[in-house]
Design a protein around this ligand. Sequence first.
Ligand code: ANZ
Ligand code: ZN
Length: 866
Amino acid sequence: LAPKEVSLVEIGHKWKAKVLKGVPPPKVTHEEKKMYLLTMFPYPSGSLHIGHLRVYTITDALNRFYRLNGYQVLHPMGWDAFGLPAENAAIERRIDPAVWTKQNIAKMKQQLSTMLANFDWDREVTTCSPEYYKFTQEIFLELFKHGLAYQKDAEINWDPVDKTVLANEQVDAQGRSWRSGAIVEKRKLNQWFLGITKFAHSLQKDLGTLKEWPQNVKTMQKNWVGESHGTEVHFSLSQRALQPVKVFTTRVETLFSVQYLALAIDHPLVQEASLTDLELQSFLDLAKSLPNDSKEGFLLKGIRAHNPLSHSTQFEIPIFVAPYVLSGYGHGAVMGCPAHDERDFAFWEQSMPGISPLPSITHNGCNTERFSQLPYTKKSGILGPSAAEFAGMDVNQAAQKIAEELERVGKGKSTTNYRLRDWLISRQRYWGAPIPIIHCESCGPVAVPKEDLPVMLPKVHSLATKGNPLKNMAEFVDAKCPSCGSPAKRETDTMDTFMDSSWYFFRYTDPKNIKDPFSHKAASENLPVDLYIGGIEHAILHLLYSRFISKFLASIGKWEDKQGTGEPFKKLVTQGMVHGKTLVDPTTGRFLKPDEVETTSCSDVIIKETGQKPTITYEKMSKSKYNGADPDKCIESHGPDATRAHILFQAPISDVLSWDETKIVGVERWLIRTVNLSEAICSNCFEFDSEYVVPATLSGEEVVFHNKVQKLLESITLSFSDSLSLNTVISDYMKLTNLIEAAHNSQNISLNLIMNALKILITSMYPVAPTVAEEACDILSKKLSWSWNLYEWPSMQAIRQNAQVRYNVVVNGKMRFTHCADKSFIDDRECVIKTLTDSPAGKKYIGDKVIRNLILKNKVISFVVE
Ligand code: ANZ
Ligand code: ZN
């Protein structure tokens, strides 16, 4: 092929306008062939980063693939536009967050079009627009109506930098804010919560139905919900006026080894005792700063507890206050079994000197000495003599019998506990959807009537400080009680932005609805989402909240799914991160800027100043490491098609992608070759039969060619529809290109068959490289005065039996060489003799000798010569 100047950038520009008009309508559209392809909508932060480019390339390619296959694809896009980043940026720049957000959306939309991402823009949603948040508020009010939105005083996580409350989920294990990184403080405030725990069981159970979710995400969800089956046990107290202490245990069979009770620092009993006990007060002050795994304890004086199944009537169990007991879990109280639990053992070591642990589970039912190594935490063994009438039972049976007995005497029951807490949605910030509630002195919190929605977020002239300016805006705060008409105060908290993103995929199904968030019909027809693609960073919160809201909306009849679980996402794919090439000076350990290095003539990278080689690694992109990549620049210098193909080619979609722009030359060369190949094949100027179908008989070489083409087509098709192995799609394209090039050079394959294969290549490339595919299609159509529908996925054709036979050629009884030819080859004796005696091997073994006889039998050609 003559190399030709093809500019992928130019091709990209040339076709951009056309491609942007929308994906061409597929030829066949079956009502039942529907696909809801969802990609996590971005924060309008101002520019697309390379991670966005990656995920939108994936969904865009899939979108085009499914349309070419005749699906009606829903491929919408929108903006998760409320939230702190916008607000903080607006404060810094002293501009209205609404204006800032709008500018960013415009810019990012432009970038999306540059990368040729084809979204259903007529379904665009922006969560900060009143048309959208009106319905976020309506959904809040539905929750309120159903008792699932409520206010309570809560010890909350206060982010001192962003000056707002954070959900537990937004605080990391080190106690830092997920956003600002500040150490979070505890404060007590009256806050709004959503009753997600009412759905805890279904959130846990239905994970089992999500067959097409990655296991790691399901495990994270499961742990987050933290369902735990156990028993509630009531311990009565020596001060009989007091309520018994309830504990939650998953090991009720250890009841006879309880040696103390431990209470969380805000347990009601502790709070009450602290009113009169100064020592306890100072312990509680100290406890606030102790780490969670601390084994400090404070013995409550003058009060003891009684084991509910003990035959002794004495109150012999001491009660401690211990920070290791979590206040939010179970009943905030633990029955301490030093002999059988690690944490209790550690506590006992520190706080109960001189008392030995009392195991109640034994190896064989009598010999407790065998467990010299306490604590014995295995859930197996036989209950020992201390277990009264349960002695001799194995642990599982004992657990059941003890629970039954507790229930019978009214001192306990089986229960299920969850780690999941209700969702705190109050935010004391401006840039969010106002909570649509009016507080009235006589009626309490009252819902804003539906016809008064949205509660508009008032404009602020300058957002000078962090915190909530709404509080100080009398015109916002002062309102009339919708119920009794007396003067009342509007709620000034705004909603957590996870609330906005928990239902946006419903809105996409019916984005223009002005009456309701969405219609029952539109949602039920389109949901659940067939394929949801997004970042692993949303594996817990966003997905959990979305599942909750979807289930809630299903439970109140707003939509209906075939499975009846209310699960919103059928298949989930988490795309991997993009890491940037990071250069480090090996002597100083300093991160190097790209312009501090150069490439030598022997293509080594060296540090300009020192001539040393830098250490190269791939790491999470960050400004301080100078390893970021700008999607715009890449598209500008290589064109959108090459950029997209490069992204897909470099790594399987769920793996980390190590971004190295220099490696793009490979796909660039391939794309140019496809254009050149189209030109070259056309320049033969033959009459291509536009009605061409692969004929029934093909030559042996043609069969081989045909089969290879079909196998590659099958592999490409399955990669898109099944395995989502999009990196191998690119390598399959390359193989197909090589195959066609070789066939074209070999001259043994009919041009019609080659042209047919070229059409397969070009159409199947379209999802990834739409402009190059269209350019190639254009070349062929122009030169050959026929056109084909590029927008129809090539149908797969049967693999042909290979007609080639390998014949063994025997000369005077000796097997000399082999010859490949059609089955029909031996039908023509003259042709056999001529072909074989002319072949190089034939010349050697037969030469000019006289042929006396020729026997043709099966795959053996036998010469008798003299
Ligand atoms: C007695 C016992 C004996 C326990 C034993 C364990 C082993 P999961 O599985 O996470 O639900 N627990 C209960 N409430 C607690 C609280 N508020 N803070 C800290 N720990 C608490 O754990 C349940 C177990 O955690 C319960 O079972 C209880 O200790 C403890 F050999 O009760 B166990
Ligand atoms: Zn009122």
